[in-house]
Design a protein around this ligand. Sequence first.
Ligand SMILES: [Zn+2]
Length: 228
Amino acid sequence: MNEQHPFRSLDVVAVSPHPDDAEYGAGSLLAAYAACGHRVTIALMTGGDETRLTEAKSAAAVLGAELVADPTGRDGGLAVTRARVRWLEEHVAAADIVFAPHPDDTHQDHRATAAIVGAALRRSAVGLSWYRTPSSGHTFTPTAFYPVTEHSASVRQRAIEMHRTQSDRAYLRPEHLALKDAWFGWLSGHPAAEPFQVVRHQFAALPVPEDDHRALGARTSAAALGNT
Ligand SMILES: [Zn+2]
């Protein structure tokens, strides 16, 4: 850290319809945010199942994230209610960046989650991106790619393994995740990547102090002239 570029910790919130969705779709990026010192929260919309809630807490801890869960949400029948929107509003109130499933996801709980996120952010202009789930529909169109490193992929894998009741799910197997990473890596020019569809991007992380714009301009001009 130095005086010209003070570190500002971001508040990152990934909204997960079910335990494992955020890990599957954004686990590598969330692990990287946490490792860089940013605050990462997974907001679980269906926290009503005790066993899966315990697994989700363990998975979040592996990623370096905090888990918050709505205990009223039930797997398979998540409804868009005023109470759920208010619950989420509290957890995204200080967010810099929010991640959620796409509104056209083919799973009803994922669609409901996207609707709840939209309502909770209706007066907000924070950064917002959709992450891909195993049930993302054909309208999910990735526009941003996080280059998955071996380390972040292994952290994601350890987090996913915390969901012991889901161990028979083919899409959570390491070979599936490796294929997914490779495919989106191929689309984006990386060996491996995690895809996102950016709805709104804010340059919140640019570490330029307010009063330093003139100095930065001077340095940029000098660099353009080769005087650095
Ligand atoms: Zn799900």
